[in-house]
Design a protein around this ligand. Structure first.
Ligand code: KG4
Ligand code: ZN
Length: 354
């Protein structure tokens, strides 16, 4: 009898939507708890740094080279044999088409070789699902703030295996993109988010009053805009440089960061309150930001909202999140994907699985 039939499901997840080759393995128990057995990552971030952004071709090639060793390492660390794996999950989209293709081709090969079902999953849904690895099953409707290098969205999640309703999203840059662009103009390395986070600790968040995008009375209440903020920071820095004055990097970083996290947390809490939802979950790479985590906690406490944010390593792209979502799909009895499943670089959240 298989483990799945006994109620214990082991799922291996593969993530290759951007520059991290992630392989995670989880065990989902019958009571709905998900145990993380391995979370291995091979990153090509250093190869992209000198270009100031992810180069798709370089990322695809790096995934190809890293895939088999990363899968082997994850199996070793988890102490799991291929015959113990009940299902393979893989990011089908959204993401870079070539990068997704490498992960999907590998996942299909493992699913066929091990004779287990394949689940093509939505990367954004996986960013939400990963929190269950740390904080247990999603027990009630949850408002999710998803903030990454490619997305900034407010989502209403009723079940991890069901379509997710998007309440609002960025109309231009994603929050992570804004962090990366502002870091670049401050001369900080790529990806800039963690560097802004670090440098801002020595700065004054109230030093410069940068604009809060889409917070006017007639603006869309749940949408975000960060490109005006990025331009405002650029103009402010350029004016100092023109005058030959030193740029106070820590103050600029802290003030910029404050403008971003102020809007993100205010809109998330507004959306939760308006929807009658008392739980906020933050996911995606920017959820690793220390100021975002702190301000969200303060504002959730004041509003009587429970806050769930996974530990920073689970916020940025990883394979555990894909395995976690896959394990919930298996448990919910969702049909596996077909083996000729294509990648979908613009996959919408109306499809958690492909
Ligand atoms: O979720 P993720 O790893 O990849 C995407 O799906 O996009 O997010 C990457 C983004 C990058 O823009 C990176 O700068 C940002 O997350 N990020 C951070 C922090 N750590 C990563 N932004 C702000 N503060 C951080 N500590
Ligand atoms: Zn991501």
């Amino acid at each position: 009898m298989s483990r799945a039939a006994l109620g214990d499901t082991v799922v291996l997840g593969i993530e290759t939507s951007c520059d991290e080759t992630g392989v995670g393995i989880v065990r989902r128990r019958q009571d709905g708890t998900v145990e993380l057995l391995a979370d291995e990552i091979a990153s090509s971030v250093d190869e992209h740094a000198r270009f100031g952004g992810v180069v798709p071709e370089v990322a695809s090639r790096a995934h190809l080279e890293a895939m088999v060793p990363t899968v082997r390492r994850a199996l070793d660390i988890a102490g799991v044999k291929p015959s113990d794996v009940d299902a393979v999950a893989v990011t089908a989209g959204p993401g870079l088409a070539g990068a997704l293709l490498v992960g999907l081709a590998a996942a299909k090969a493992y699913a066929v070789a091990w004779d287990v079902p394949l689940y093509g999953v939505n990367h954004l849904g996986a960013h939400v699902a990963v929190d269950t690895v740390e904080h247990g099953p999603l027990d009630r409707p949850t408002l999710a703030l998803l903030v990454s290098g490619g997305h900034s969205s407010l989502l209403e999640v009723t079940s991890l295996a069901a379509p997710i309703r998007t309440l609002g999203a960025t109309i231009d840059d994603a929050a992570g993109e804004a962090f990366d662009k502002v870091a670049r103009l401050l001369g900080l390395p790529f990806p800039g988010g963690p560097h802004i986070d670090r440098v801002a600790r020595d700065g004054d968040p109230a030093a410069i009053a940068f604009p809060r995008g889409l917070t006017g009375p007639r603006d869309a209440i749940y949408d975000f805009s960060f490109s005006g903020l990025k331009t405002a920071v650029a103009r402010w820095v350029e004016a100092r440089q023109r005058d030959g004055v030193d740029v106070p990097v820590a103050d600029v970083a802290a003030s910029f960061q404050e403008a971003v996290v102020d809007v993100l947390t205010a809109k998330a809490i507004r959306a939760a309150t308006d929807s009658g939802i008392d739980q906020l979950l933050i996911g995606g790479g920017v959820a690793a930001n220390s100021r975002l985590r702190a301000l969200a906690q303060t504002r959730c406490d004041n509003a009587g909202i429970t806050l769930r944010v996974p530990r920073p390593k689970l916020c940025t792209d990883n394979g555990a999140m894909v395995a976690a979502l896959g394990s919930h799909l298996v448990a919910a009895g969702v049909a596996p994907s077909r083996l000729d499943l294509p990648t979908d670089s613009a996959m919408p959240l109306t499809r958690v699985t492909a």
